[in-house]
Design a protein around this ligand. Structure first.
Ligand code: CP
Ligand code: NVA
Length: 303
């Protein structure tokens, strides 16, 4: 059976640990200058309906380091943009590539790609989920806090795609999670339910100050995700009080780390001084995208 990675709970807790371990091994090998060409002659297709800096470059570079190749497929550069059905695109691409990564709007479209693909499909972000980001987030937490034991994370801001996959990932890794969002912007009930089924118990609140009090990790993301640009005025108003800034961090432990998946909108969800501070682990987090995804690619192609 072809395994896909559409959200973090497509992996069991043990499989997640294996992927993170493999990513950490690749990071060590790379830093030691040692070759690790485990995916020679393998090709990754990368389908994008939305822009990307990190996802695109980390996947492409990761495949190069693993001895393989990656093909960038912008929606409008292929026949999909002229109306070829997604299922036909998936069936054709999966006859060429060994693994397909896709960044699409509707999560259902990632599911269609997976349904019709003979090769593993990786979700490179949908409106509902960003599970590759979660791999990097968990690797970063594991490195920064020396494991997951007794780690508490607090999400502050929009209960968006990044937050939703992070909630599932925290449940799988046994990281305690509090999600503080304005009313109406929480993570979906279905995500809370899935997290609970995995043994997690995310606390959902609308009070960012109380939420950061016991946090080891404070994580935020943009208030306006790709595709929500028309909601800008309403959202800017609704998210007031949810900015990650120095006076919010005064309520957190002094060694609490700040995370952001990037790109950041300084002055909106996070201030410039916080993202540039010693507490910020955002560049480590961005780098870990590549290491963690290499772990995922190797794991998917070997299983
Ligand atoms: N965090 C993230 O996915 O960044 P990109 O949109 O640049 O890929
Ligand atoms: N929530 C953001 C994440 C970007 C990586 C978005 O969907 O635009």
């Amino acid at each position: 059976m072809t395994r896909h990675y559409l959200d973090v709970d497509d992996l069991t807790p043990d499989e997640l640990e294996s992927v993170l371990d493999r990513g950490a091994e690749y990071k060590e090998l790379l830093n030691a200058g040692e070759s690790h060409r485990d995916l020679q002659e393998r090709t990754l297709g990368m389908l994008f309906q939305k822009p990307s800096t990190r996802t695109r470059v980390s996947f492409e570079t990761g495949m190069t380091q693993l001895g393989g190749h990656a093909v960038f497929l912008g929606e409008n550069d292929i026949q999909l943009g002229r109306g070829e059905p997604l299922k036909d695109t998936s069936r054709a691409l999966s006859r060429y590539v060994d693994v397909l990564m896709a960044r699409v709007f509707k999560h259902a479209n990632a599911e269609v790609l997976a349904e019709y693909s003979d090769v593993p499909v990786i979700n490179g972000l949908t409106d509902d989920a960003h599970p590759c980001q979660t791999l990097a987030d968990l690797l970063t937490i594991r490195e920064t806090k020396d494991g997951f034991d007794d780690v508490s994370a607090t999400w502050v801001g929009d209960g968006n795609n990044v937050a939703q996959s992070f909630a599932i990932g925290c449940a799988l890794a046994d990281v305690d999670l509090t999600v503080a969002t304005p009313p109406g912007y929480g993570i979906d009930d279905d995500v809370v339910e899935r997290a609970r089924e995995l043994g997690g118990d995310p606390t959902v609140t609308h009070d960012p100050v109380a939420a950061v009090e016991d946090a080891d990790i404070i994580y935020t993301d943009v208030w306006i995700s790709m595709g929500q640009e028309d909601e800008r005025d309403v959202r800017m108003n609704d998210f007031e009080g949810f900015q990650v800034r120095a006076d919010l961090l005064d309520h957190a432990a002094p060694d609490a780390s700040v995370m952001h998946c990037l790109p950041a909108h300084r002055g909106e969800e996070i201030t410039d001084d916080v993202i540039e501070s010693d507490r910020s682990v955002v560049w480590q987090q961005a780098e870990n995208r590549m290491h963690a995804q290499k772990g995922l690619l190797a794991w998917l192609l070997e299983n």
